[in-house]
Each structure stands twice: as C-alpha cells, then as structure tokens.
Design a protein around this ligand. Structure first.
Ligand SMILES: C[S@@+](CC[C@H](N)C(=O)[O-])C[C@H]1O[C@@H](n2cnc3c(N)ncnc32)[C@H](O)[C@@H]1O
Length: 350
C-alpha cells in the first residue's frame, strides 16, 4: 500500500469532500510530492535527529548484538536487512563494528529497504567499506530468499499512517480530514463508525476512550513474522512507542525540530505516531515467534554494554569531547530523554 497511492499528488485531496486520516497521512508522506519521497529529513540540520545520528555508540551496541546473534545462532550465509536506513549511519557503525568478525559480512546478503531517492543516494555514497556491490537496495520488502535473516530498524515503524477512533458513550467515531476551500485550510471532523467489521474490531477496546491503530504497520510486521517463521531469523526493532493503554492520541508532526500541526507544511514535514508494541508482540506470538527482548532503549543499551563503551571512549578523548560523549549517552539512555519512550523489541525463532 505504501508509496503506491492512486492519488499521487497531495493537492488533489483538496477536491474531495472529506477523507480518512490515514489516507491524508499516507499522501502527506508518500505521494510523489510527499515528505518521504521529496525531502532529506534526517540530521542535525534537517527536521529531526535519530539515535544513530546522536552517537556512534548506538550503532556499535546494535552491531555487537547482531554479531553475537549471527555467530551463536546462524553462523552461515544469511540476509542482513535494514528497514529505512536514513543516512546510512547505523549501517556504517555496524560495518565498522563487524571488523572484529569478518565472517559476518562475508556471509551477508545485504538488502537496504529505502523509499526516498535522496537518502538512497546518500547511503550509496556513505556505505562503501565492504564494497557497494554487496549491497542491494529495494523500495519494498521482497521475500524471495530462503536463507535465514537478520532484519533490523530504527525509527521505521513510526512512519506508518494511523487511524484514530473516539469512544463517546459507547458510540465510536473516526477522525476524518476536511478541506475548507474558502480558508484554504484542512481541519479534522469526527464521523460515526458504521462499518460492522470495524465496530467488531473496536469492541475489544470498548473500555477505552480512544484507540489509535495502524493497519499497514501491523501488516508489514506480520509479513516479517511469517517470513521469519518459514525461513528462520531474528527481527530487532527500535522505535518510540508503548504497550499499554494510551490517554492521548500520539500522532505528531515535526518541522525543523519543532512540533507543529499535522495540517501545516504539507509534504514538507514529518508525521509520525508512537508504535503500539502490544499489537506487534501479539502478532509475533500468533506466528509462534519468541519474544527475546521487549525493553526500553535505556535497558537495552545498558544491558549490551553502552556504559563500558563510553568509558573506553572517555579514556581516549579530550575534556571537551568528554562532555559531548557524556551528553550523547545521556540523551540515548536518560529516562526523561530518549531512554524510556524508545523501546526495543526483538522477536525470533532462532
Ligand atoms: C525516521 S527515518 C529513520 C532513519 C534511520 N533509520 C535513522 O535511525 O536515522 C525513516 C526512514 O525510513 C524510510 N522510509 C519511511 N517509510 C518507508 C517505507 N514505507 N518503505 C521504505 N522506507 C521508508 C525513510 O525514507 C527514512 O530513511
């Protein structure tokens, strides 16, 4: 569904009376003039900054985790798949870490899944340590290989469009978007849900006031789980999200490091939502995968050695650099910064 919308220009939405919120988000992000197809979003100078861009230590810890899992549980030819590599920074840090185990990349068929042409160009430029010929790029996941796989992502699943439902005295309403021609502005309206299929689904959540769901996100993850179930492998997914009831909708827009309305800067700003990990865990369990880890980014990074790595780097660097290193790690693991909101889910059948 993503990237293949029939309406491929966001402005065309203005001709419609109203449309579902997820369709609006999908076009704002994935139409030909949408955010993910037309802009370079990541980095200190752009709209937002991600963990791999904050510190090399993030990618190093993920790298060690991947190397360990490959060595202990696969140790043969495999697919190494990154979803949404951005600037390629995480991959670069993993590549550097893998120097301690050269077999790892010798056995890897690398596949990077990237929808943004500009970012793909940046990745091609950045990733040449083991020779570009070994890396294959695709816009979507295609599961043809029967080899075991290591699939990983950082801030990928938050990109998927969501639908929002509100429960008012046991009547469900869904958020739609409307365009006001006179004011040339978008705004949201609530429409009563009448589809029996959706009402049956929402019945599970009747004790909640609101419910936010991304069907394409769940479907994407389900495809991964089914593939792992059939061909063996592990999936490591890091993103901001939750696994309990939410009090407020989590949809947000970011423009130039600042929170904005989702209706502003159409096609020019990031729109994302927190990942509902409870649903992803449920999907993994339905596919008989093990939940190897479901912990906060803080706990994951500490468990796999970020503090020891920090110590080593501090010993090697000047005082000025030391302050920076301390702040980078704090940003990643402090519960009031990224430490608690970001979670790490690892599922596998290895
Ligand atoms: C928020 S950025 C995260 C980038 C990188 N993982 C990082 O941590 O810096 C999301 C990445 O996923 C890519 N992306 C978003 N939706 C995608 C989709 N449906 N298919 C493939 N790539 C997608 C974006 O272009 C971008 O590279």
């Amino acid at each position: 569904m993503l990237g293949k919308s029939k309406i491929n220009n966001i402005k065309l939405l203005n001709n419609k009376k109203n449309f579902r919120l997820d369709k609006f988000i999908e076009l704002a992000l994935y139409a030909s003039n949408g955010y993910y197809l037309s802009k370079k979003p990541i980095g200190r100078k752009f709209d937002f900054i991600t963990s791999p861009e904050i510190s090399q230590m993030f990618g190093e810890i993920i790298g060690v985790y991947l190397l360990y899992n490959w060595k202990e549980k696969i140790n043969s030819k495999f697919n190494l798949i990154e979803l949404g590599p951005g600037n390629g920074t995480l991959f670069k840090d993993i590549e550097r870490t893998a120097k301690i185990l050269p077999n790892f990349f010798e056995n890897a068929n690398v596949n990077l899944i990237e929808i943004n042409k500009e970012l793909r160009k940046i990745q091609e430029k950045n990733l040449n340590y083991f020779g570009k010929s070994k890396i294959r790029w695709s816009k979507t996941l295609n599961f043809r290989s029967k080899l075991p796989s290591i699939i990983y992502s950082n801030e990928f699943f938050d990109c998927f469009p969501v639908r929002q439902f509100l429960n008012n005295n046991n009547q469900w309403f869904e958020r739609y978007v409307k365009f006001n021609e006179k004011e040339s502005k978008y705004y949201s309206i609530n429409k009563r849900v009448i589809s029996k299929k959706i009402l049956d689904y929402l019945n599970k959540y009747k004790k909640q006031k609101i419910y936010e769901v991304s069907y394409p996100r769940n479907k994407y993850f389900e495809r991964i789980c089914k593939y792992l179930k059939k061909n063996r492998g592990i999936c490591i997914l890091i993103d901001y999200g939750y696994n309990e009831k939410i009090k407020n909708f989590t949809l947000q827009a970011i423009y130039n490091h600042k929170k904005t309305s989702i209706f502003d800067n159409l096609g020019q700003q990031d729109i994302s939502s927190h990942v509902n990990f409870k649903e992803l865990i449920e999907i993994a369990k339905q596919n008989k995968l093990k939940i190897n880890e479901f912990i906060s980014q803080r706990d994951f990074l500490i468990k796999y050695g970020i503090l020891e790595r920090k110590k080593k780097l501090l010993n090697k660097n000047s005082n000025l650099k030391k302050n920076l290193i301390n702040d980078e790690v704090d940003r990643l693991i402090n519960s009031d910064r990224m430490g608690r909101l970001f979670k790490c889910l690892v599922v596998s059948n290895l």
